[in-house]
Design a protein around this ligand. Structure first.
Ligand SMILES: Nc1nc2c(c(=O)[nH]1)N[C@H]1C(S)=C(S)[C@@H](COP(=O)(O)O)O[C@H]1N2
Ligand SMILES: [Mo]
Length: 423
C-alpha cells in the first residue's frame, strides 16, 4: 500500500481506521525498525543461543519474561502517618487489550493488605432479614457463580486534572487507577434472597475485614441488580491486594464501594454514613453543597499510546490506541482528534462492547513532524458523551477532585515530545 492511498479522515494526519487492517509496517513510513531481507539473506541468519539447547521445563506457577520486568505498577510515597495506606497505578501506557493482568491491577488500600486465612474468615448477612446467615469461604465456593468482564476505577483517578496547572505526568501516573478484569462470583441477590430481605430494608451496608474497617452503603435496588461477591479474578482466586478471599463488586461504580476483604453485610432502612461516604468520596459542588453518593462512573477514555512523556522518534504512521469505559453501559463510539478537538475521526473499537468494561480503540495517524494535540472522546450506549475538561471543571468546580472524566489532551511538539496539556 503506498502512502498516497491512505485516506485522511480528519485534520493533522488522522487516517481512516479501515487501514488498520491492511496496515503493513513496510512502505507506509511507519515508525518501525524492521529491515528488508535480501533474496538469500535467510541463509546467513545466525542461530540464537536459545535455539541451540533446551530451556527449563514446566513449572507450577508461571512468571513473565525477565525482559518484560519494566512493566510495573507505580506507587506513591508511603506516608508513615498512614501505614499501609496509598495506591499503585496500572501501567496503562504499556498494556494492550482490555484485561489487566492481576499482577498489574491497580491497588488502593486504606490500611494495607490483611493476611486473611480463608478458613478463619466469615461473611455475615444480618440486620433487616428474616434469617441472619453466616458463610464460610468453603460454603460460598459451592454456590452457582457468574463471570463478567468489568472495569474498576477509583473515584480519585485523573483527579490531578481538576488542578489549575497540567501535571507533567504519564498515562499511568495520571489515569492508572483504572483496570479491567473478568470477575467471577455469586450474585449478591442470591444470598440476600436466601436471608430473606424484610420489606422495610432500603440499604445494604458492606464492611471489610481490614484494619480500616472500610464501610459503604448501597441502595437495595442496586444491590439486587448486578452486584456480586467476587471470589475469582481472571480465573484465579482474587488476589490479596484485590480483597482475598472475597470482595464486593459493584459494576460501573466508583472503586471505593467495592468493599474488599468483605466480612459483613447489614440491611437497614438508612445508609450507614460511613467515613468513606461522608468525610471522603463526596463531591462538593460550586454552591458548597456536597453530593454524598455518586455511583456510576462517567463516560471516559484516554489515549494510552502515544501518551505523556513518550517520544515520537521519527515521522510516519503511528497507531493511536487507548481505552474507553462507562459506568452506565457499553462504549459505542470513540472519536480521536489530532488538532486539539477541531476535527474528529472515528477510531476502531477492537474489543467486545460489553457493559461496564474497558474497550480498546485504535486509529492510524501520520505524524509529519508538526505540533499536534491528541485527544479521544467516548460515547456510551446511553448516548452520554465524554465532556471536555473545561466543561467538566466549569460544571463541577474543583473544590473536590473526585470523578474526573473529561477529555485528556496530549500535546506533541516538533521534537516529538509528548506532554499533558490543557487544551
Ligand atoms: N476493605 C476495603 N475495601 C476497599 C478499600 C480499602 O481500603 N479497604 N479501598 C477501596 C478503594 S478506595 C478502591 S478504589 C478499591 C480498589 O480496589 P483494588 O485495590 O482491587 O484496585 O477498593 C475499595 N475497597
Ligand atoms: Mo478509591
Amino acid at each position: 500500500m503506498s502512502k498516497q492511498e491512505l485516506e485522511k479522515v480528519a485534520g493533522n494526519g488522522l487516517i481512516n481506521r479501515r487501514h488498520l487492517l491492511g496496515l503493513g509496517l513496510a512502505g507506509v513510513g511507519v515508525a518501525a525498525s524492521s529491515t528488508l531481507l535480501g533474496a538469500d539473506a535467510g541463509m546467513n541468519l545466525e542461530i540464537p543461543s536459545w535455539s541451540k539447547q533446551p530451556g527449563p521445563g514446566a513449572s507450577g506457577y508461571g512468571s513473565r519474561s525477565k525482559f518484560a520486568n519494566d512493566m510495573q505498577r507505580l506507587s506513591g510515597n508511603p506516608n508513615p502517618l498512614y501505614p499501609g495506606g496509598g495506591a499503585s497505578r496500572s501501567p496503562l501506557h504499556q498494556l494492550q487489550g482490555s484485561i489487566t493482568p492481576n499482577s498489574l491491577h491497580f491497588e488502593r488500600h486504606h490500611a494495607g493488605i490483611p493476611d486473611i486465612d480463608p478458613s478463619q474468615h466469615k461473611l455475615v448477612i444480618h440486620g433487616l432479614v428474616r434469617q441472619p446467615l453466616v458463610f464460610s469461604y468453603e460454603d460460598l465456593l459451592r454456590y452457582p457463580m457468574i463471570s463478567k468482564i468489568y472495569f474498576l476505577e477509583c473515584s480519585g483517578n485523573s483527579g490531578t486534572l481538576f488542578g489549575p496547572n497540567p501535571a507533567d505526568g504519564t498515562a499511568q501516573s495520571i489515569h492508572g487507577l483504572v483496570s479491567g478484569a473478568e470477575w467471577t462470583g455469586i450474585p449478591l441477590s442470591t444470598l440476600l434472597d436466601e436471608a430473606g430481605v424484610e420489606p422495610e430494608a432500603q440499604w445494604i451496608n458492606a464492611v471489610g475485614a481490614d484494619a480500616a474497617s472500610m464501610g459503604r452503603s448501597i441502595p437495595l435496588n442496586r444491590a439486587m441488580d448486578d452486584v456480586m461477591i467476587a471470589l475469582f479474578q481472571n480465573g484465579e482466586p482474587v488476589r490479596p491486594e484485590q480483597g482475598y478471599p472475597m470482595r464486593l463488586f459493584v459494576p460501573g461504580c466508583e472503586g471505593n464501594i467495592s468493599v474488599k476483604w468483605l466480612t459483613q453485610i447489614k440491611l437497614s432502612t438508612e445508609p450507614g454514613h460511613f467515613r468513606d461516604e461522608t468525610s471522603k468520596y463526596t463531591d462538593t459542588r460550586l454552591d458548597r453543597k456536597s453530593l454524598q453518593f455518586t455511583y456510576p462512573m462517567g463516560t471516559k477514555s484516554v489515549i494510552t499510546s502515544p501518551s505523556g512523556k513518550m517520544k515520537l522518534e521519527r515521522q510516519g504512521v503511528y497507531q493511536v490506541s487507548g481505552i474507553a469505559w462507562s459506568g452506565r453501559g457499553s462504549i459505542r463510539r470513540v472519536e480521536v482528534s489530532a488538532d486539539g478537538g477541531r476535527s474528529w475521526a472515528d477510531a476502531m473499537i477492537q474489543s467486545h462492547q460489553s457493559e461496564k468494561a474497558l474497550a480498546r480503540f485504535r486509529i492510524p495517524w501520520e505524524w509529519s513532524g508538526g505540533n499536534a494535540i491528541l485527544q479521544s472522546r467516548a460515547t456510551d450506549s446511553q448516548g452520554n458523551v465524554q465532556p471536555t475538561r473545561t466543561s467538566l471543571v466549569t460544571e463541577k468546580g474543583n473544590i473536590s477532585t473526585y470523578h474526573f472524566h473529561g477529555i485528556q489532551s496530549w500535546a506533541v511538539n516538533t521534537a516529538g515530545d509528548i506532554a499533558n496539556v490543557y487544551a
